[in-house]
Design a protein around this ligand. Sequence first.
Ligand SMILES: [Cu+2]
Length: 309
Amino acid sequence: MKTKAISSIFVLFAIAAGMASMAPAAFADHPEVVIGTVEGSGFAQDCAAMNGGSGCYTPTTATVDVGGVVTMINNDATGSPHSFTAGTIDGFAQSPSGIFDSGILMVDETLEWTATETGTIPYYCMLHVWMIGEIIVQEDSHAAAEAAAAEAAAAEAAAEEAAAAEAAEHEAMEHEEAEDVELMVMISDSQVMGGTQIELEFNVLHVNYDLTATQNGEVVFEETGLHSMTLIATHQIDAVGSDDNPINVKVESLGIGAPGNSDNWTGPVGQVTTAQVVPEFGTIAMMILAVAIISIVAVTAKSRVVPRF
Ligand SMILES: [Cu+2]
């Protein structure tokens, strides 16, 4: 049980570690980015041709993490003023989104803008309607990794807690077990119709046992693998004991638990309780003949314990 709990922690931890190590690979790191203006972009609409076909801003498509800083600079060496205005432009119809707007930037003037949420933000230059670009804001890879790590830590903590609970439960079971192994058998008898009725009284339910009765060295009753669902079991022996010829009854415990499920039986195995039955008056003579209290240290639930005598 304990081993299982520990191995499940390892599995969880392995999954968590895997997730944490995979996260950075899934997202490239873009804590900050600089966007410039293409030289001469203010004079000709053909920025694409001037910039190797990639647009009028450099880069035309920029990527930044949430929380990352975008520095927009008008570094057009021709000295043209430009703007970085978030929104779209269709011909001369401008639709600023308001996410950011640098206003008119003279050469070397900048706008710093911090991305706050994921998405794609188009922008344009309000002076040169052919200048358009976009900023892709993506999830912070560090934050994602941290979130994954935090999740992993939480899972690990939960697993540990579960393991602790299981261990506690296990310990509690061991205690209970240690108390339950105190098997007591009380043997009483009565003379009935030319025979003897043996009554066994147990202190626990579901005792599995062998019962043997001998008289004068001869076996008068023998049954193995008996099971007492209740606390009392009665057996009929076809013999009558006397002072000169008593019946010796022997009860040997096999374990406590459901019949046929001996792998899960607990309690003392091989504990022997004997009684010498000498009915004199035909009434029930109660005799507590053996009360064996066996203290054991149960290592696992399946351990068989052989009591000492
Ligand atoms: Cu411009």
